[in-house]
Design a protein around this ligand. Sequence first.
Ligand code: B12
Length: 220
Amino acid sequence: MSSTLTKNLIELEREKVLSEVKERLNQNENPMKIFEESKQGMELVGEKYKKKEYFLAELMLSGDLFKEIMELIEPQLGEIKTEGTIKGKIILATIQGDIHDLGKDIFATLLKIEGFEVYNLGVDVNPDVIVEKVKEIQPDFLGFSSLLTITFDPMKEVIDKLNEAGIREKLKILVGGGITTPLVKDYIGADFQTIDAVEGVEYCLEKIKAKVVIGARGGI
Ligand code: B12
């Protein structure tokens, strides 16, 4: 059953949504619960769009509203760790052709809270730019956020090029975003797939911990 917040978000009732979020945060409710209800609302907006009950204008409004919710939630999520406590480096990108960034930016925030150094390349990123950035930064992880099916081939292109350059095995590659599945992970040649940012952070923490324990060099 949907919560009031989810329902009001689907109906694009901006004032009602924002006042409920503010009130619940004032009452010290766990921001992740508010986040989950909002995410559910976005999925249902997507379904309405698919059924042609909603159009691009509604998608845009829902995206803006979701951003406003996140701006209210983020300060309550936790302290952003400063340098010196860096657990690992990660490059994040939404690849060429895709401009969805809400999920990617949430994943970025959660990673920073856990002490990761995040290089967020943004949206609509050219595959070659990502390959070059991996060579330059030598990160522990590369994360793709994918919301459109047209992104599968360009993501695969990046991983193929990393393979050709002999640096693929030096990092773990994650793919996330509402439309991804384990099949997408296998198709593009990534190591991990999820549609849950918290699970993605847990994966990174687990791999970094294993790296520290084993003392692995040049790869995790
Ligand atoms: C909001 C929205 C938009 C907004 C985006 C605003 C923005 N700044 O991002 C706007 C209006 C711009 C937009 C445009 C379009 N959209 Co749109 N959009 C959506 C919608 C409703 C919500 C997406 C969203 O932000 N969800 C909330 C976030 C929090 O969820 P999330 O992204 O899944 O992220 C979570 C996890 O997946 C994870 N995660 C995300 N990334 C990563 C990465 C890693 C590494 C990890 C570990 C985890 C992780 O963390 C998040 C939290 O847990 C979806 C519907 C849906 N079901 O997703 C359609 C949807 C994605 N859009 C769709 C379409 C078709 C379009 C357009 C083509 C429409 C058009 N005719 O122009 C354009 C494409 C523009 C482009 N070139 O990119 C389709 C895609 C279909 C497909 N299979 O390709 C969807 C699925 C709607 C539908 N059901 O048809 N859209």
